[in-house]
Design a protein around this ligand. Structure first.
Ligand code: IPM
Ligand code: MG
Length: 351
């Protein structure tokens, strides 16, 4: 028996994660699913976006599947350290999931759903490996302080150690070996000290342990441009927390819809992974049954593959998703009219 902690989250989160439950129940009797409020829902219930009990449950499970979090309800009045986003950062840090895998794959049948031309995005199949527990998201000092002249000063700190860079780069090189054997390392070594260190550490690790993999260094701004100019050139991209946040949203749009993309966040081998769709909680359509559940269903697929030791079930599930899309299943974000449940039904039909 394996255990999955399900954190439905906010907005469309409960709708899309409910479909994962149905998919999981169809696929296996070997999974115990526990559910807990998280993000804004947890704040409303317990006054904090992540309770100690939920973090302990996350660490004790085999995998955590989390829906999107946040929304206007918690934007204004809620203290910053109690906002849903703070809960997410605390969960990532608490679970020590330092490598965030964000695949961007252009499904053939969706090539016309993107805002980019078919000939540019056809065949895109890349994996962004985003460092997730360091960098400017966590660096100290940070804060907004008053200055003597009456103005204010906002400070964020970008900081990386060799250890943090090396362990995430290792994940990228290992992944590349099972793919097209190429890693693009994106940073701003032309202006940032952390960028320079990043380039040095990746270069050295490559020479020492991964000389068989093709390594390319690319400035992060150029990477943003190359992603829309010629995205097929990329296999694995490894980058820091902030650049990875930005580049992965950009890569998502290459695939047609943000509603399609899953992610896996992994820590040390044997530790539970955290799986989440990369889209937000879409408060504007929450409760209407319109949301595309595929990003969350594919996040479950990644959980089966990376944390639950069931690549066989993962293959079946990704096959069923592809079949549903090939068969014309489309939610509104993909230009169709199916409801969340109808899209999940189409996947279930393929299982
Ligand atoms: C993401 C999101 C989060 C991030 C937010 C919600 C804190 O944008 O997972 O990409 O910035 O990491
Ligand atoms: Mg983001």
């Amino acid at each position: 028996m394996s255990s999955l902690l399900l954190l439905p989250g906010d907005g469309i989160g409960p709708e899309v994660t409910a479909e994962v439950r149905r998919v999981a129940e169809r696929l296996t009797n070997d999974l115990v699913i526990e559910e807990r409020p998280f993000g804004g829902a947890s704040y409303d219930a317990y006054g904090t976006p992540l309770t100690d009990e939920t973090l302990a449950a996350a660490k004790a499970s085999d995998a955590v599947l989390k829906g999107p979090i946040g929304g206007p309800k918690w934007d204004g009045a809620t203290q910053r350290h109690l906002r849903p986003e703070a809960g997410l950062l605390a969960l990532r840090a608490g679970m020590e999931v330092f490598a965030n895998l964000r695949p961007a794959i252009c499904f053939e049948s969706l090539a016309d759903a993107s805002t980019l031309k078919r000939e540019v995005i056809e065949g895109v199949d890349m994996m962004i490996v985003r460092e997730l527990t360091g960098g400017v998201y966590f660096g100290q000092p940070r804060g907004i302080e008053a200055m003597p002249d009456g103005g204010r000063r906002g400070v964020d700190t970008q900081v990386y150690t060799t250890h943090e860079i090396e362990r995430v780069a290792r994940v990228a090189f290992e992944l590349a070996r099972g793919r097209r054997n190429k890693v693009t390392s994106a940073e701003k070594s032309n202006v940032m000290e952390t960028g320079l260190l990043w380039r040095e550490v990746v270069t050295e690790l490559h020479a020492r342990d991964y000389a068989d993999v093709t390594l390319e260094h690319m400035l992060a701004d150029n990477t943003a441009m190359q992603l829309v100019r010629a995205p097929r050139q990329f296999d694995v991209i490894v980058t820091d927390n902030l650049f990875g946040d930005i580049l992965s949203d950009e890569a998502a749009q290459l695939t047609g819809s943000l509603g399609m993309l899953p992610s896996a966040s992994l820590g040390a081998p044997g530790k539970p992974g955290l799986f989440e769709p990369i889209h937000g909680s879409a408060p504007d359509i929450a409760g209407r049954g319109w949301a595309n559940p595929l990003s969350t269903i594919l996040s479950f697929e990644m959980a089966l593959r990376w944390s639950l030791g069931r690549p066989d079930l993962a293959d079946r599930l990704s096959g069923a998703v592809k079949a549903a899309l090939d068969g014309g299943a489309r939610t509104r974000d993909l230009g169709g009219s199916m409801s969340t449940t109808e899209m999940a039904d189409a996947v279930l039909a393929g299982l």
